[in-house]
Design a protein around this ligand. Structure first.
Ligand code: NAD
Ligand code: MG
Length: 396
């Protein structure tokens, strides 16, 4: 068995830390060659001490000099770099064969695209990258010729429930009728709308089943996360949008399902623990220990499923509309949502203003064909500017 060389983009985040937890169980299989983080220099230094990567990247110069000092004290020879271009270096100069794309948001797009083009195996957690650049990203994967393994639990579940030939010939559909993405409904599934106005970031981040980064936790509360995931599924699996469905499943045990022409429905089940899809992506087509407790179905009271209420979750409706519009509409949706969520988390934007900012931004920008990376990045910048202006107006 040859040792796989892994680069982790976003190693200090929730997915990054879980990835290292799985890798730690299999030192004979995996060698960590690059780790990157934005600001958590101390945690990154600890990770470097344990995994001894060739390259470590942080966001800025001040962080880099602090990290260099910490690594010198530990007598480590890891090369320390900083800034967006250094994320590319981590992918291209570390001689990695697998890239865990676990940066949150649009910041992950360019290095993840580089991994795709370079023919790396891409473990995709960073759904925003795919949502904003769908067609271009899938083309880059095809040109590069590497494997694309979805890490998002729903898409990982669907990947596991699809026939093996599917990835080679998705357009043949192989008897697949529908994909059913499950959604927990988040912490406010049953909260009356009138009570949502005063929701605080702490309440929004307290997800009932999953422990995750702050941005995706808010997206789960608004269900924008599920909307982004519908778009993600559209690109990953190539099925028409009307054949991708969302089902509320509050227990988060069934991670998603595939309905076939013959009446069969295949589901993937497990604990709500990201180490399962991460281990699947790392080892595919093999299976390895993920450190996850076995599922005990007899201890569960029930598993329930229902249709989502789009009036309770306007962000989900906006995502469906952007998906349908296609082109750069998902790029705008994603950018406006990132800005609105950040303003909710750090600048006092009321919770119920998140969908308002996203909708107004979508209405102000004409949808174009998403024909090049330059155009996508331009639209992303434009959407962020408009969303920020709307938020400033709201706060006046
Ligand atoms: P997180 O906030 O916990 O971690 C994000 C990581 O990205 C950190 O290492 C951070 O330092 C880095 N980062 C943030 N901004 C950056 C920037 N501008 N430049 C470079 N690095 C930057 O997020 P997370 O919960 O781990 O989520 C990561 C991605 O995985 C997201 O796209 C999320 O949607 C997806 N995802 C997460 C989960 C989960 O359980 N956490 C599940 C499914 C999908
Ligand atoms: Mg998910």
């Amino acid at each position: 068995m040859s040792v796989k060389r892994i680069a982790i983009l976003g190693s200090t985040g929730s997915i990054g830390v879980n990835t290292l937890d799985v890798i730690r169980l299999h030192p004979d299989r995996y060698k960590v060659v690059a780790l990157t983080a934005a600001k958590q220099v101390d945690l990154l230094a600890e990770q470097c001490a344990q995994f001894k990567p060739l390259i470590a990247v942080v966001a800025d110069e001040a962080g880099a000099s602090r990290l260099r000092k910490l690594l010198q004290d530990k007598k480590l020879s890891t090369q320390v770099l900083y800034g967006p271009d250094a994320l590319l270096t981590a992918v291209t100069d570390s001689d990695c064969d697998t890239v865990m794309a676990a940066i949150v948001g649009a910041a992950g797009l360019v290095p993840t695209l580089a991994a795709a083009k370079a023919g790396k195996r891409v473990l995709l957690a960073n759904k925003e990258a795919l949502v904003m650049s769908g067609d271009l990203f899938m083309q880059a994967m095809q040109t590069g010729g590497g494997d694309l393994l979805p890490i998002d639990s729903e898409h990982n579940a669907i990947f596991q429930c699809l026939p093996e030939q599917f990835s080679k010939l998705p357009q043949a559909h192989h008897g697949v009728e529908e994909l059913w993405l499950t959604a927990s409904g988040g912490p406010f599934r049953n909260t009356p709308k009138a009570d949502l106005a005063g929701i605080t970031p702490e309440q929004a981040c307290a997800h009932p089943n999953w422990v995750m980064g702050r941005k995706i936790s808010v997206d789960s509360a608004t269900m924008m996360n599920k909307g982004l995931e519908v778009i993600e599924a559209f690109w990953l699996f190539g099925l028409p949008l009307e054949r991708i469905k969302v089902l509320i499943h509050p227990q988060s045990v069934v991670h998603s399902m595939v309905r076939y022409r013959d009446g069969s429905v295949l589901a993937q089940m497990g604990q709500p623990d990201m180490r399962t899809p991460i281990a699947y992506g790392l080892a595919w087509p093999e299976r390895i220990d993920a450190g996850v407790a076995p599922l005990n179905l007899s201890q569960m009271a029930n598993l329930s499923f229902s249709e989502p209420d789009l009036t309770q979750f306007p962000c989900l409706a906006l995502a469906f509309a952007a998906a349908k519009a296609g082109g750069t509409a998902p790029t705008v949706l994603n950018a406006a949502n990132e800005v609105a969520v950040a303003a909710f988390l750090d600048a006092g934007l009321p919770y119920l203003e998140i969908p308002v900012v996203v909708e107004k931004t979508l209405n102000q920008i004409e949808t174009l064909a998403a024909s090049s990376l330059e155009l996508i990045l331009e639209v992303d910048t434009q959407a962020r500017r408009i969303a920020n202006n709307l938020i400033r107006e709201n706060q006046r």
